[in-house]
Design a protein around this ligand. Structure first.
Ligand code: C2O
Length: 488
């Protein structure tokens, strides 16, 4: 195993990725698109993150990595660390012990759509499909806005927007441009890793004249499954095997087309491609290659109703049950480290607006998520991939354990870290609390993160505290970040 060190100086650069408007974007070392983080399974990754933005805090979250034993390296602002103050350097240091297609992004204040998001690839010398492809390729998809997030957010979270209509992207990017070209050889097979780094829009994805085989979903190998079109929500990834045609005199379009169902209006100049000829592949039916069986009956059931509504003051916010998440003053992890030991299992010590659930170590947790909203929501859990055991059609209403369809669980459920919940439908997810840490579950639409669609798991707090204090694992620069933000 090796140590891969990345020195990231995070600062503003000017770019015009869609050819329509130049704007300030968050770059790294003067570059944008920002560099790819790459490692092999077993490597240590060190990221020295220097915040040179001048006017903003930041952080880096490594989306999809379980961070087993290193929850303090998860990068979730106000949850596992304080936001990094401008002018400071903060070091992330962790071992990567899972192969797959991931990404990294800022996890403070709706910041990543301003540019601080890029691929994180963990190569696998033992990839079970390694004899079936010649080369690896990475393709990113993203929506794109011409305005900066703080400006868009102040309009979104205001009384002038009582319906909570989300800002509609100005354009869509592929590999951070609108004229991406991928050169391939005829008759070869590529392991193509596709990442949607969007703030908001899912994309339909296909390649003219080609089908492909899905072999990975959010870092989990699947049984090879033929598909000709994918629907990829914000934060989801697919790894597919693509065999090129044996012809040298043709080009084939690679198409990413935004799913406009979520948009209140289609802006001028945005022409989504017609997608009626396909039926996108349904990820619910993917079978993990390890055939991990359905987890047993849960020790703990958590029901979350998703509601988008106005607060009494007329502002539109998002709620899990009756709570809209607001940042705790002390990051939740540091409360675990400092609370009286006898209180660790009491959710209320983690703040009244953090929507915290304490999970006993190794318990089987079942989450029932009911969508009381006509929108689609891509839900993501930090620290785990969950088994998706029910995903209803749209308009199915709440989960009903007495309904036969709702009890028809797959024997080897699809696992991933981000799953799309359909309009007014429901999800049932299971995972085992085998990763002591502080992990959030949230909608990965960045607008909904900002309007509070987040809840917190404090998983096995006693084990977590024992692990972290035994090796006095949390480094001083992490605490310094908090001190710099609120001088004593
Ligand atoms: Cu992509 Cu909370 O993360």
């Amino acid at each position: 195993a090796e140590t891969r060190t990345y020195d990231f100086d995070i600062g503003w650069v000017r770019r015009n990725p869609d050819g329509q408007q130049e704007r300030s974007v968050v770059g790294i070392n003067g570059q944008w698109p920002i560099p790819r983080i790459e490692a092999n399974v077993g490597d240590v990754v060190v990221v020295n993150a220097k915040n040179s933005l001048g006017n903003r805090t930041d952080s880096i979250h490594f989306h999809g990595l379980y961070q087993n034993g290193t929850t303090h390296m998860d990068g979730a602002g106000s949850v596992s660390q304080c936001p990094i103050p401008s002018g400071s350097t903060f070091t992330y240091n962790f071992t990567v012990d899972q192969p797959g297609t991931y990404w990294y992004h800022s996890h403070v204040d709706g910041q990543y759509p301003d540019g601080l998001r890029g691929p994180l690839i963990v190569h696998d010398p033992e990839n079970p499909f390694k004899d079936q492809y010649d080369e690896e390729l990475v393709l990113t998809l993203s929506d794109w806005y011409h305005d900066e997030m703080p400006d868009l957010l102040s309009g979104f979270l205001s009384v002038t927007n009582p319906t909570g209509a989300e800002p509609v992207p100005n354009s869509a990017l592929m590999n951070d441009t609108q004229n991406a070209t991928i050169s391939v050889q005829p008759g070869k097979t590529y392991f193509l890793r596709i990442i949607n780094m969007a703030a908001f829009a899912p994309q339909y994805f296909w390649i003219e004249g080609h089908s492909f085989k899905i072999i990975e979903v959010d870092g989990i190998y699947t049984e090879a499954t033929e598909a000709d079109q994918l629907h990829i929500s914000a934060a989801q990834r697919y790894g597919v095997l693509l065999t090129t045609k044996n012809t040298t005199n043709e080009n084939f379009a690679i198409v990413g087309s935004m799913d406009t169902d979520l948009f209140d209006a289609i802006p001028d100049g945005l022409n989504p491609n017609e997608i009626t000829e396909f039926e996108p592949f349904d990820d619910f039916y993917l079978v993990p290659q390890d055939k991990e069986e359905l987890l047993p009956e849960p020790d703990m059931q958590i029901q979350l109703d998703v509601v988008m509504d106005n607060l009494n003051n007329g502002f539109n916010y998002a709620f899990f049950n009756n709570l809209t998440w607001t940042k705790p003053v002390v990051p939740t992890l540091y409360t675990v480290l400092s609370a009286p030991p006898s209180m660790l299992n009491e959710a209320r010590i983690y703040g009244s607006n953090t929507n915290t659930f304490v999970l006993p170590h190794m318990s089987v947790v079942e989450m029932i998520v009911n969508n009381h909203d006509p929108g689609k929501h891509p839900f993501h859990l930090h620290g785990h991939a969950f088994q998706t055991i029910i995903r209803s059609d749209e308009e199915a209403g709440d989960y009903d354990p007495n309904n036969a369809t709702d009890r028809d669980f797959p024997a080897t459920p699809m696992r991933r870290d981000t799953v799309l919940m359909r309009p007014n439908g429901h999800l049932v997810l299971r995972f085992r609390a085998d990763n002591p840490g502080v992990w959030i579950f949230h909608c990965h639409i960045e607008w909904h993160v900002s309007s509070g669609l987040i809840m917190t798991f404090v998983e096995a707090p006693e084990q977590l505290r024992a692990n972290l204090s035994a090796s006095h694992t949390v480094p001083q620069d992490h605490f310094d970040a908090c001190n710099a933000l609120s001088p004593p």
